[in-house]
Design a protein around this ligand. Structure first.
Ligand code: FAD
Ligand code: NAG
Ligand code: NAG
Length: 360
């Protein structure tokens, strides 16, 4: 039976869901969204991500990230036009930060000693103490990837178009409006809700457990590898230190912040200074030893990660008029590294609900 599907949202979650759904010829897929690749807007998190893969789920929830890694690895090897490259990744842990994460109730398993993800990277190893960045206690390293989001998001759109997906703009005030937005003119039988933080305000059961996890970054022309991801900084909670060099001339992202509940859309110059200062101290060669003055800034930017108190919402729901909604939102800081795993979850839920439908 043909499924008329409308995906709401054109971030990495919506586009990857649309791509995988469009591989089944029984599905007719339309993507509708307020923002599209090419836009830089505070309501649209995806362009601002680094983006790399540093798994942070619990072991029980590892499916999303481990499946995604398998796909991203293959894309990196075989599809250069997707704008992803391999890059060594150093994770640096401070005991004080790891303890603070544990106390906060929102542990980030990226910084676990002996993490589950050591099994998915071919060359994972613990670092010798002499290799760990000054100020940190322990570290590990593996070869991961860094995605140039300015290339990758348009590439995803292109893959969708190739499969016959129709992509168009619309601002929805209620998720139910999606029902009338299929390009086929037929009412949608399935709506995929991939609106990220938009979720908080979108009509039709507003999800008030959503909040922004504000991320401020500095994008510079200067290049530096390997990637470095640190568990925390001396500047208190909410400030982080990381750097990653994007593929294909994408510049190097210097981070950053992870500040839950902060909606400020404008970069804070003091935070920007601290971000750059920390990086040039830990990695002086990025600025030729000249400090911040040795950096060439492309832009200062802020993105709001779609944080959700109870984590990811990937589940089906039936509306009064019998239309199914499949929710795929609340990825906070792991939307890219979980994108394929979650989109596969969307496909499974669509198959499940259409299966139960044909039995009726
Ligand atoms: C600084 C920073 C660094 C990050 N680094 C990484 C990283 O290294 N690795 C990683 O995996 N993740 C990273 N992330 C997280 C990642 O960016 C997000 O998890 C991901 O982009 C979320 O994607 P999404 O598609 O769910 O939401 P979004 O990209 O926000 O997309 C939401 C979409 O829904 C649309 N929409 C919302 N409301 C409506 C409405 N009412 N009507 C119509 N359309 C609507 C919007 O227009 C938009 O197209 C980072 C984020 C930031 C900010
Ligand atoms: C759609 O998802 C958003 C979050 O992205 C949520 O707030 C909203 O309640 C969902 N819509 C419905 C109808 O459940
Ligand atoms: C930083 O990048 C700018 C612009 O590419 C360049 O002029 C400068 O020499 C770079 N500095 C270092 C140390 O690489």
């Amino acid at each position: 039976m043909a499924n008329t599907i409308v995906v709401v949202g054109a971030g990495v979650s919506g586009l990857t869901s649309a791509l995988l759904l469009s591989r089944n010829k029984a599905n007719t897929v339309t993507v509708v969204s307020k923002h599209m690749p090419g836009d830089y807007d505070i309501e649209y998190a995806s362009p601002f991500a680094g983006a790399n893969i540093v798994p942070m789920a619990t072991k029980e929830n590892r499916r999303w990230e481990s499946r995604t890694w398998a796909v991203l690895k293959k894309l990196t090897e075989e599809v250069p036009e997707a704008g992803i490259h391999f890059q060594k990744c150093h994770i640096q842990r401070r005991k004080a930060d790891v303890d603070a994460y544990a106390r906060s109730g929102f542990p980030d398993h990226a910084f676990d000693a002996n993490p589950w993800y050591k099994d998915i990277f071919d060359d994972y190893r613990e670092q010798h103490p002499s290799e760990v960045t000054r100020g940190y206690d322990t570290g590990c390293e593996y070869t991961g990837v860094c995605i140039n989001t300015a290339i990758y998001l348009p590439w995803l759109v292109g893959q969708c178009l190739k499969n016959g997906v129709v992509v168009k703009r619309a601002i929805l005030s209620d998720i139910r409006e999606a029902k009338q937005l299929s390009h086929t003119g037929k009412p949608a039988t399935i709506i995929v809700n991939a609106t990220g933080l938009g979720s908080l305000k979108l009509g039709g059961v507003k999800d008030t457990t959503m909040a922004p996890a504000r991320g401020q970054v500095v994008l510079v022309r200067n290049e530096s590898t390997p990637m470095m991801i640190c568990s925390g900084t001396q500047s208190g909670s909410g400030e982080e230190m990381y750097l990653m060099q994007r593929a294909a001339g994408g510049g190097t992202i210097l981070g950053g912040t992870y500040d839950i509940g902060n909606w400020e859309s404008q970069p804070d110059p003091n935070i920007a200074n601290r971000i750059m200062q920390r990086v040039v101290e830990a990695r002086p060669e990025i600025a030729d030893g000249k400090g911040i003055a040795g950096l060439s800034v492309i832009r200062h930017a802020v993105g709001l990660r779609p944080w959700r108190k109870d984590g990811l919402r990937l589940e089906e729901e039936r509306l009064d008029d019998e239309t199914w909604i499949v929710h795929n939102y609340g990825h906070s800081g792991w939307g890219y590294q979980g994108s394929y795993g979650c989109a596969e979850g969307v496909v499974e839920l669509v198959e499940k609900v259409t299966g139960s439908k044909s039995k009726l």
